[in-house]
Design a protein around this ligand. Sequence first.
Ligand code: URA
Length: 484
Amino acid sequence: MRRVVLAGRGDLAEWRDAARALAAAGILPEEIDWREKSPEADLSFQRDAMPPAPAATRRPMTVPPVFVELAETVLCHSDPVRFSLLYRLLWRLQLDRQLLEVASDEDVVRARLMAKNVRRDAHKMTAFVRFKETGAAAAGRRKFIAWFEPDHHIVRRTAPFFQRRFTDMDWLIATPKGSAAWDGERLTIKDEPCEKPNLSDVTDELWRTYYASIFNPARLKVKAMQAEMPKKYWKNLPEADLIPGLIASAESKVREMAAREATQSLPFHDRLQQAARHLPTEAAAPAGTLDALRAEAAICTRCPLHANATQTVFGEGPPDAQVMFVGEQPGDQEDIAGRPFVGPAGRLLDQVIAEAGIDRSKLYITNAVKHFKYEPRGKRRIHQKPNMGEVKHCRWWLNLEMQLVKPKLIVAMGATALAALTDAKQRLQDIRGQAMAMEGGRTLFVTVHPSYLLRIPDERLKAEEFARFRDDMLNIQQLMTAIG
Ligand code: URA
């Protein structure tokens, strides 16, 4: 039996040189007793500890690149069997080049598992190293030190990560398995085990206070937390001794939070309460009038859209208007003004109806949905199309408006208005520009929504669509003349 002693600090070249020489001399895996030098021993032994190079008797062995990659990682593992395992795989690969693809092979399984443990350990190191400032370094650079206890020989592997991440400070990461240091120019890796430095300072208290205040008991998932931060890493984290207490009190904290929540009103609640307080106990407007309906709609909570809107934007116009125009929903400006069609789409509509000879003051103008639906994006509120559920909830108000105003002609502007006014599943473009009979002896005229015209990017198409919209308004004007 031949004894081979290696330093084994995750150094591929060290093992590769030994394995090459042994394989070239035809030394079989079972003839070698691989040993790892104890960490305390003088590491300068490396070269002397190699057996005298056996005479080469065979052609050099070759391996697929994937083996080199695997070996590089496995050699970082702290299990002493790693040397013999890799040497056996090296021999077996000469007979079977596809061996590493055999997922059930015992040696392959073991090597892959060891590689996985190494990668996991390296990942934990990148996550749990906590630097402490130790004073100023040369050229005004700041100087930091950290202590970490890895399971495997991963200092060399992970050092480039810290070099990239903390390039503008000087740092030293000390571990029982060697150290890595960066001074802005050179990365120095040493294999000698380090002593644990005393790193506690005032920033620990600061960090602990911060950690305790951002800890959210309602989000606590102990299993996931322990999987991500196994207990063995805790002892070097300043916040670690807080964690058991925070976990133990999490349940009661969540209950407290829930109790507090219940007494805090939602942002829109005050607005509704205020509106309700101003509602006269006796309706100011006689029941069954448009004004009474408007007052009721002002505190509507039939669907969630009321929660984020500034106010209900109800229809406006003469209570006995012959013609009712129905849009989709108030936009940003309408939401603030509390009136329909006063923003860009409204200005366009005003212009086109005026050109067609229609007097806006004679129209009752309303929307299918009475609250502004939007998505906040920075300081802007981006229009969101109401869904069918919201349209159906709001139909309640639209139907009551129609019952009270009793228009003879109703103009649906856009698909949402059409959907709110009729259950028929006709496509807007199929019925656009036609006067159709509605129940109750009314006439329905369908056209596009003016916002559609504002969004057309192509100038030629835009001009065509404007012309069609003008024609629609001229037709409506004629229908208005016909109904008197
Ligand atoms: N778009 C609508 O559908 N209605 C408005 O009130 C404003 C823009």
